[in-house]
Design a protein around this ligand. Structure first.
Ligand SMILES: *Cc1c(COP(=O)(O)O)cnc(C)c1O
Length: 222
């Protein structure tokens, strides 16, 4: 299927999931995950209307951002970020979804160029509890959220997670939504729950996701 067609299919899935959940279709945005796919594929998705793209690997994302500098793309980093790689990320990306340490957030805030708008940040939560996954434990989220919200050159937008596929997935999506609501109830002005991928975007939207991150359903298998 052409990228423009699979992009349309994905948008239709999102709309259908919103309708099924009794939510407004424009309450969920689409982040197109382009990791491992070439700049030419990003260009095709851009021509079909996509504007926000997610990359997992810092070097690959930076290279693509440079190659596609003629396009007004909003780049999101969704993969792990080490504190010694924060500077180029602060200079090239609009969002980082994978912050799970204060040190990384502090460096991003210090290194965000003054002439750019604040960097948008989500805290990554290890919602499945798998040892192999990065992210904060749910009990650690509130303390870091308040610290990050106080930094000057970043804007804390919300939370991100990758629930473990399987029968327990919907429950994990719902725990993420509850965490997100609890932070808002503590007075944090958050608007982004980054949850749901190609295989589970319907569960995520049912639970309350506001941004789904979709790669293989649009570009094909990696
Ligand atoms: C790869 C990746 C995605 C997209 O996954 P698909 O299954 O290809 O849709 C979303 N989020 C993160 C963090 C990823 O690493």
């Amino acid at each position: 299927m052409a990228i423009s067609d699979s992009l349309q299919v994905t948008k239709t899935r999102i709309t259908a999931a919103c309708v099924a959940a009794g939510r407004a279709p424009d309450s969920v945005s689409l982040l197109v995950v382009s990791k491992t796919f070439p700049g030419s594929a990003v260009r095709e998705a851009f021509a079909a209307g996509a504007r926000a793209f997610g990359e997992n690997y810092v070097q690959e994302g930076l290279a693509k951002a440079q190659e596609l500098a003629d396009l007004p793309i909003e780049w999101h980093l969704i993969g792990p970020l080490q504190s010694n790689k924060t500077r180029p990320v602060a200079e090239a990306f609009a969002w980082v979804h994978s912050v799970d340490r204060l040190k990384v957030a502090q460096r991003l805030s210090e290194q965000r160029p003054a002439e750019m708008p604040p960097l948008n940040i989500c805290l990554q939560v290890n919602i499945s509890g798998e040892a192999s996954k990065s992210g904060l434990l749910p009990a650690e989220v509130a303390a870091l959220a308040h610290q990050v919200a106080a930094l000057p050159r970043v804007t804390l937008r919300g939370l991100m997670a990758v629930p473990e596929p399987g029968p327990g997935a919907l429950a994990q999506h719902r725990v993420m939504a509850a965490l997100f609501e609890a932070l808002k109830a503590e007075g944090l002005a958050l608007d982004t729950l980054s949850l749901g991928m190609s295989a589970d975007l319907e569960d995520a939207i049912q639970a309350g996701s506001t941004m789904v991150r979709v790669g293989s359903a649009i570009f094909g298998a990696r």
